[in-house]
Design a protein around this ligand. Sequence first.
Ligand code: DQA
Length: 144
Amino acid sequence: MKILFLNGPNLNLLGQREPEVYGRTTLADIEAKVRERAKKLGADIDFRQTNLEGELVSWIQEAKGHFDVIVINAAAYTHTSVALRDAIAAVGLPTIEIHLSNVHAREEFRHKSLIAPVCRGQIVGFGVNSYVLAVEASVNVIET
Ligand code: DQA
């Protein structure tokens, strides 16, 4: 079972970026927690971050045949990217949308996700635990 974790723009700054919203945990710390949970559940993880929309699109396209599930925190591209939505729909792999913060409790422009309709589900608002819960959800998606 192979899970591809994709992280979008500015998530490389976690730990220093708006800590009152996103906490003080770095992306490297999050990756370590994800790997720990995945190991217990017998899943392989690839964990990537980019600030580039096109790179996310390419990674989604290339995932076909190599991964069973995609977990994506598309960050700001969640709210803007038709290209990401089309890539997820085109590839057809089960995809889980995640966010650290509760986007629905924030500014109105964050309430809309362009990728949500082509994802299996969303996990939002649990901080670092959104990522750990996504490992559980991925295993569940594969099993059912
Ligand atoms: C985010 C929420 C987005 O609205 C924002 O642009 C981010 C992070 C989150 O994980 O809470 O960069 O995806």
